[in-house]
Design a protein around this ligand. Structure first.
Ligand SMILES: Cc1ncc(COP(=O)(O)O)c(C=O)c1O
Length: 321
Protein backbone atom coordinates (compact mmCIF):
# COMPACT_ATOMS: atom_id res chain seq x y z
CA UNK A 1 0.00 0.00 0.00
CA UNK A 2 1.36 3.47 -0.87
CA UNK A 3 2.12 5.61 2.14
CA UNK A 4 0.10 8.85 2.36
CA UNK A 5 2.26 11.97 2.32
CA UNK A 6 -0.40 14.27 3.74
CA UNK A 7 -1.08 14.33 7.47
CA UNK A 8 -4.17 12.41 8.57
CA UNK A 9 -7.18 14.55 9.55
CA UNK A 10 -6.71 16.04 12.99
CA UNK A 11 -2.93 15.85 12.66
CA UNK A 12 -2.50 19.11 10.73
CA UNK A 13 0.38 21.29 11.91
CA UNK A 14 -0.53 24.35 13.98
CA UNK A 15 -1.02 27.65 12.14
CA UNK A 16 2.30 29.33 11.36
CA UNK A 17 3.58 31.64 14.05
CA UNK A 18 4.10 35.40 14.04
CA UNK A 19 6.36 36.61 16.86
CA UNK A 20 7.87 39.91 18.04
CA UNK A 21 11.47 38.68 17.73
CA UNK A 22 13.52 35.50 17.22
CA UNK A 23 13.26 34.52 20.90
CA UNK A 24 9.52 34.01 20.42
CA UNK A 25 10.39 31.02 18.23
CA UNK A 26 12.07 29.02 21.01
CA UNK A 27 10.25 25.79 21.90
CA UNK A 28 7.07 24.22 20.50
CA UNK A 29 9.16 21.77 18.50
CA UNK A 30 7.54 18.89 16.61
CA UNK A 31 7.37 15.28 17.79
CA UNK A 32 7.86 12.68 15.06
CA UNK A 33 7.13 8.96 15.14
CA UNK A 34 10.15 6.80 14.33
CA UNK A 35 8.86 3.90 12.28
CA UNK A 36 11.51 2.32 10.10
CA UNK A 37 14.25 2.03 12.69
CA UNK A 38 11.61 0.73 15.08
CA UNK A 39 10.67 -2.18 12.81
CA UNK A 40 10.92 -5.45 14.69
CA UNK A 41 9.94 -3.90 18.01
CA UNK A 42 6.82 -5.29 19.70
CA UNK A 43 3.76 -3.83 17.87
CA UNK A 44 2.56 -1.88 20.90
CA UNK A 45 5.88 -0.16 21.51
CA UNK A 46 5.91 3.28 19.91
CA UNK A 47 9.00 5.49 19.64
CA UNK A 48 8.73 9.27 19.25
CA UNK A 49 11.52 11.79 18.78
CA UNK A 50 11.33 15.48 19.62
CA UNK A 51 13.16 17.46 16.95
CA UNK A 52 14.96 20.18 18.86
CA UNK A 53 16.83 21.26 15.74
CA UNK A 54 13.69 23.25 14.92
CA UNK A 55 14.55 25.82 17.59
CA UNK A 56 15.78 29.08 16.01
CA UNK A 57 19.34 28.62 17.34
CA UNK A 58 19.21 25.06 16.02
CA UNK A 59 19.25 23.07 19.27
CA UNK A 60 17.59 22.08 22.53
CA UNK A 61 19.89 24.56 24.32
CA UNK A 62 17.81 27.54 23.15
CA UNK A 63 15.34 26.67 25.91
CA UNK A 64 17.70 26.84 28.92
CA UNK A 65 19.70 29.72 27.43
CA UNK A 66 16.56 31.84 27.13
CA UNK A 67 15.38 30.68 30.58
CA UNK A 68 18.68 31.63 32.23
CA UNK A 69 18.76 35.02 30.48
CA UNK A 70 15.18 35.74 31.56
CA UNK A 71 16.02 34.75 35.15
CA UNK A 72 19.11 37.00 35.04
CA UNK A 73 17.08 39.97 33.82
CA UNK A 74 14.40 39.37 36.45
CA UNK A 75 16.94 39.18 39.31
CA UNK A 76 18.84 42.24 38.02
CA UNK A 77 22.08 40.23 37.75
CA UNK A 78 21.96 40.82 34.00
CA UNK A 79 21.59 44.51 33.28
CA UNK A 80 22.91 47.04 30.75
CA UNK A 81 26.72 47.21 30.82
CA UNK A 82 27.15 43.48 31.57
CA UNK A 83 28.66 40.93 29.20
CA UNK A 84 27.23 37.40 29.09
CA UNK A 85 30.03 34.84 29.72
CA UNK A 86 29.85 31.03 29.81
CA UNK A 87 31.68 27.83 28.98
CA UNK A 88 29.95 25.67 26.44
CA UNK A 89 30.67 22.79 24.12
CA UNK A 90 28.88 24.68 21.39
CA UNK A 91 25.11 24.60 21.34
CA UNK A 92 24.62 26.64 24.52
CA UNK A 93 27.08 29.14 23.11
CA UNK A 94 25.09 29.50 19.94
CA UNK A 95 21.89 29.88 21.97
CA UNK A 96 23.42 32.50 24.28
CA UNK A 97 24.92 34.35 21.33
CA UNK A 98 21.49 34.42 19.69
CA UNK A 99 19.85 35.74 22.89
CA UNK A 100 22.62 38.34 23.36
CA UNK A 101 22.26 39.57 19.77
CA UNK A 102 18.47 39.77 20.00
CA UNK A 103 18.54 41.61 23.35
CA UNK A 104 21.60 43.79 22.74
CA UNK A 105 24.10 42.24 25.22
CA UNK A 106 27.71 41.33 24.29
CA UNK A 107 28.57 37.62 24.68
CA UNK A 108 31.93 35.88 25.36
CA UNK A 109 32.19 32.09 25.21
CA UNK A 110 34.88 29.67 26.39
CA UNK A 111 34.90 26.75 23.97
CA UNK A 112 37.27 23.76 23.57
CA UNK A 113 39.42 24.44 20.51
CA UNK A 114 38.35 21.24 18.73
CA UNK A 115 34.66 22.13 18.63
CA UNK A 116 33.37 21.82 15.07
CA UNK A 117 34.24 24.60 12.63
CA UNK A 118 30.56 25.10 11.80
CA UNK A 119 29.79 25.96 15.43
CA UNK A 120 32.68 28.41 15.66
CA UNK A 121 31.43 30.15 12.53
CA UNK A 122 27.83 30.33 13.70
CA UNK A 123 28.93 31.83 17.05
CA UNK A 124 31.03 34.41 15.19
CA UNK A 125 28.13 35.16 12.83
CA UNK A 126 26.01 35.96 15.87
CA UNK A 127 28.61 38.50 16.97
CA UNK A 128 29.95 36.67 20.05
CA UNK A 129 33.62 36.46 21.04
CA UNK A 130 35.21 33.01 21.43
CA UNK A 131 37.92 32.21 24.01
CA UNK A 132 39.54 28.85 23.29
CA UNK A 133 40.36 26.24 25.95
CA UNK A 134 42.58 23.16 25.53
CA UNK A 135 40.91 20.51 23.35
CA UNK A 136 42.44 17.71 25.41
CA UNK A 137 40.65 18.94 28.53
CA UNK A 138 37.20 18.81 26.87
CA UNK A 139 34.23 20.59 28.39
CA UNK A 140 35.76 20.46 31.89
CA UNK A 141 38.75 22.46 30.61
CA UNK A 142 36.34 25.09 29.26
CA UNK A 143 34.57 25.23 32.64
CA UNK A 144 37.88 25.80 34.45
CA UNK A 145 39.12 28.50 32.05
CA UNK A 146 35.77 30.27 32.23
CA UNK A 147 36.08 30.42 36.04
CA UNK A 148 39.50 32.05 35.63
CA UNK A 149 38.21 34.65 33.15
CA UNK A 150 35.36 35.51 35.52
CA UNK A 151 37.67 35.75 38.54
CA UNK A 152 39.82 38.34 36.71
CA UNK A 153 36.90 40.79 36.31
CA UNK A 154 33.78 39.55 38.13
CA UNK A 155 31.87 42.86 37.89
CA UNK A 156 32.01 42.87 34.12
CA UNK A 157 30.20 39.62 33.55
CA UNK A 158 26.88 37.85 33.92
CA UNK A 159 27.56 34.11 33.93
CA UNK A 160 24.46 32.00 33.34
CA UNK A 161 26.42 28.91 34.54
CA UNK A 162 24.33 26.25 32.87
CA UNK A 163 25.83 23.46 35.01
CA UNK A 164 24.62 24.98 38.28
CA UNK A 165 21.73 27.30 37.33
CA UNK A 166 18.27 25.98 38.34
CA UNK A 167 16.80 28.06 35.49
CA UNK A 168 18.31 25.43 33.11
CA UNK A 169 16.16 22.45 34.22
CA UNK A 170 13.34 24.87 35.01
CA UNK A 171 13.13 25.84 31.32
CA UNK A 172 12.55 22.19 30.44
CA UNK A 173 10.07 21.82 33.29
CA UNK A 174 8.08 24.76 31.90
CA UNK A 175 8.31 23.95 28.20
CA UNK A 176 9.73 20.57 27.07
CA UNK A 177 7.77 18.55 29.65
CA UNK A 178 4.33 20.10 28.97
CA UNK A 179 4.91 19.90 25.19
CA UNK A 180 5.64 16.15 25.40
CA UNK A 181 2.69 15.57 27.70
CA UNK A 182 0.39 17.36 25.27
CA UNK A 183 1.91 15.86 22.10
CA UNK A 184 1.44 12.31 23.43
CA UNK A 185 -1.97 13.13 24.94
CA UNK A 186 -0.59 12.01 28.29
CA UNK A 187 0.32 8.52 27.02
CA UNK A 188 4.10 8.84 27.42
CA UNK A 189 5.48 5.96 29.51
CA UNK A 190 9.26 6.43 29.14
CA UNK A 191 11.37 9.55 28.64
CA UNK A 192 15.02 9.27 27.62
CA UNK A 193 17.58 12.02 27.12
CA UNK A 194 21.33 12.30 26.75
CA UNK A 195 23.13 14.08 29.59
CA UNK A 196 25.39 17.06 29.15
CA UNK A 197 24.42 19.40 31.94
CA UNK A 198 21.51 17.10 32.78
CA UNK A 199 19.05 20.00 32.39
CA UNK A 200 16.88 18.26 29.79
CA UNK A 201 16.48 14.96 31.61
CA UNK A 202 16.03 16.56 35.05
CA UNK A 203 13.52 19.30 34.18
CA UNK A 204 11.47 17.34 31.64
CA UNK A 205 11.54 14.23 33.82
CA UNK A 206 10.35 16.12 36.88
CA UNK A 207 7.38 17.57 34.98
CA UNK A 208 6.37 14.23 33.46
CA UNK A 209 6.62 12.44 36.80
CA UNK A 210 4.41 15.09 38.39
CA UNK A 211 1.78 14.41 35.75
CA UNK A 212 2.19 10.63 36.05
CA UNK A 213 4.56 9.16 38.65
CA UNK A 214 4.76 5.92 36.64
CA UNK A 215 6.66 7.63 33.78
CA UNK A 216 10.19 6.19 33.67
CA UNK A 217 12.91 8.82 33.31
CA UNK A 218 16.15 7.54 31.84
CA UNK A 219 19.49 9.22 31.17
CA UNK A 220 21.76 8.22 28.28
CA UNK A 221 25.51 8.68 28.67
CA UNK A 222 28.72 7.73 26.84
CA UNK A 223 30.16 4.44 28.14
CA UNK A 224 33.66 5.90 28.40
CA UNK A 225 35.38 9.18 29.16
CA UNK A 226 36.92 9.16 25.66
CA UNK A 227 33.98 9.35 23.30
CA UNK A 228 32.84 11.13 20.16
CA UNK A 229 29.43 12.23 21.35
CA UNK A 230 29.61 16.02 21.32
CA UNK A 231 27.34 17.54 23.94
CA UNK A 232 27.27 14.48 26.22
CA UNK A 233 29.18 13.80 29.44
CA UNK A 234 30.49 10.60 31.03
CA UNK A 235 29.51 11.51 34.59
CA UNK A 236 31.87 9.21 36.49
CA UNK A 237 34.91 10.97 34.99
CA UNK A 238 33.51 14.54 34.84
CA UNK A 239 32.83 17.54 37.02
CA UNK A 240 29.29 16.58 38.06
CA UNK A 241 26.84 19.46 37.33
CA UNK A 242 25.11 20.89 40.40
CA UNK A 243 21.71 20.57 38.69
CA UNK A 244 22.20 16.83 38.04
CA UNK A 245 20.59 14.57 40.65
CA UNK A 246 21.08 10.96 39.71
CA UNK A 247 18.76 9.77 42.50
CA UNK A 248 15.79 11.27 40.59
CA UNK A 249 16.42 9.01 37.60
CA UNK A 250 14.95 5.55 37.11
CA UNK A 251 17.90 4.30 35.06
CA UNK A 252 20.99 5.31 33.13
CA UNK A 253 21.90 3.67 29.82
CA UNK A 254 25.60 3.70 28.83
CA UNK A 255 26.37 3.46 25.15
CA UNK A 256 29.22 3.39 22.69
CA UNK A 257 30.16 5.99 20.11
CA UNK A 258 29.95 3.52 17.19
CA UNK A 259 26.36 2.52 18.01
CA UNK A 260 25.41 6.20 18.15
CA UNK A 261 27.15 7.02 14.86
CA UNK A 262 25.58 4.08 13.07
CA UNK A 263 22.16 5.20 14.30
CA UNK A 264 22.82 8.75 13.00
CA UNK A 265 23.63 7.32 9.56
CA UNK A 266 20.48 5.17 9.62
CA UNK A 267 18.29 8.09 10.74
CA UNK A 268 19.46 9.96 7.66
CA UNK A 269 19.03 7.24 5.08
CA UNK A 270 15.95 5.51 6.52
CA UNK A 271 13.96 8.25 8.28
CA UNK A 272 15.10 11.33 6.34
CA UNK A 273 16.46 12.97 9.49
CA UNK A 274 20.07 14.22 9.45
CA UNK A 275 20.89 14.79 13.13
CA UNK A 276 23.85 15.16 15.50
CA UNK A 277 25.80 12.49 17.37
CA UNK A 278 23.89 12.83 20.64
CA UNK A 279 20.63 12.22 18.75
CA UNK A 280 22.01 8.91 17.50
CA UNK A 281 22.91 8.02 21.08
CA UNK A 282 19.43 8.87 22.39
CA UNK A 283 17.63 6.99 19.66
CA UNK A 284 19.85 3.90 19.90
CA UNK A 285 19.10 3.77 23.63
CA UNK A 286 15.37 4.22 22.99
CA UNK A 287 15.36 1.31 20.52
CA UNK A 288 17.34 -0.88 22.90
CA UNK A 289 14.85 -0.11 25.68
CA UNK A 290 11.89 -0.69 23.35
CA UNK A 291 13.05 -4.24 22.66
CA UNK A 292 12.68 -5.09 26.37
CA UNK A 293 9.07 -3.85 26.70
CA UNK A 294 5.67 -5.14 25.58
CA UNK A 295 3.70 -1.91 25.46
CA UNK A 296 5.17 1.57 25.71
CA UNK A 297 5.21 5.11 24.39
CA UNK A 298 8.86 6.09 24.49
CA UNK A 299 9.83 9.70 23.89
CA UNK A 300 13.37 10.83 23.31
CA UNK A 301 15.07 14.08 22.44
CA UNK A 302 17.05 14.64 19.23
CA UNK A 303 19.00 17.71 20.46
CA UNK A 304 20.07 19.13 17.08
CA UNK A 305 20.33 18.57 13.34
CA UNK A 306 23.44 17.24 11.64
CA UNK A 307 24.50 20.13 9.46
CA UNK A 308 26.73 21.55 12.21
CA UNK A 309 28.75 18.31 12.31
CA UNK A 310 29.46 17.76 8.63
CA UNK A 311 33.18 18.45 9.13
CA UNK A 312 33.53 16.00 12.06
CA UNK A 313 34.62 12.34 12.16
CA UNK A 314 30.99 11.26 12.06
CA UNK A 315 30.84 12.21 8.38
CA UNK A 316 34.51 12.02 7.41
CA UNK A 317 35.69 8.47 7.14
CA UNK A 318 33.76 6.91 10.01
CA UNK A 319 32.91 3.26 9.37
CA UNK A 320 31.54 0.62 11.67
CA UNK A 321 34.68 -1.15 13.02
C1 LIG B 1 24.17 18.18 21.07
C2 LIG B 1 23.76 18.07 22.50
N1 LIG B 1 23.14 16.98 22.90
C3 LIG B 1 22.76 16.82 24.19
C4 LIG B 1 23.02 17.76 25.14
C5 LIG B 1 22.64 17.50 26.58
O1 LIG B 1 21.66 18.32 27.08
P1 LIG B 1 21.64 18.73 28.60
O2 LIG B 1 22.70 19.76 28.81
O3 LIG B 1 20.28 19.31 28.83
O4 LIG B 1 21.89 17.52 29.44
C6 LIG B 1 23.68 18.91 24.76
C7 LIG B 1 24.00 19.89 25.77
O5 LIG B 1 24.98 20.57 25.77
C8 LIG B 1 24.06 19.08 23.41
O6 LIG B 1 24.72 20.18 22.99
Amino acid sequence: MAMSVTPPAGDAPPASRRVPNVLGLVGNTPLVRIRKLARGLPPEVRIFAKLEGFNPGGSVKDRPALGMIQAGLESGKLRPGKTILDSTSGNTGIALAMCGAALGYPVELVVPENVSVERKKIIAALGAKIIYSDSLEGSDGAIRLCREVLARDPERYFKPDQYFNPANPEAHYRTTGPEIWEQTAGTVTHFLAGIGTGGTVMGTGRYLKERNPAVQVIAVEPDDSFHGLEGLKHMASSIVPGIYHEDELDAKIPLGTDDAYETVHRLGTEEGLVVGQSSGAALFAALQLGRTLERATIVTILPDFGDRYLSTNLWIGWQRP
